[in-house]
Design a protein around this ligand. Sequence first.
Ligand SMILES: [Cu+2]
Length: 149
Amino acid sequence: MRQICVIFSLILCFFFTNANSALAVKESSNVLKQPVTEIKVSLGNSANELKFEPNNWELVAGKRYLLRLNNPSQLKHYFTAKDFADGIWTQKIEAGKVEIKGAIHELELKPGAEAEWVFVALKPGKYGLRCPIPGHTEAGMTGEIVISD
Ligand SMILES: [Cu+2]
């Protein structure tokens, strides 16, 4: 019985956490209709250097963004920023002819791939970004994303 209670509270907790961020998005004056600020980020480059370009950028909580990711290199790369993904509200991700809705934590971009990530920045903080392919993080394929108040 106690276990059931714990599980139930966890579910409730999860529900309210999500409901709160959705509510926050709704309340902040049609935040989903505001024009997007575009940010372009390359994963690697044509010289196959292992880095994000740019490797740090700043967002403002409550603002809506379009993050344009592309991979101009001959290697595949990941965009991995799990805490960042928890600090934003993802409206959609478009890649090819597919549009994905809901929470996303990690993207893999094959050589030549592009993806567009539309989201609202929510939770202020400093978030790490990296490509976890063996050797890439170590070679400096990391970055930092700041969400300010
Ligand atoms: Cu990589």
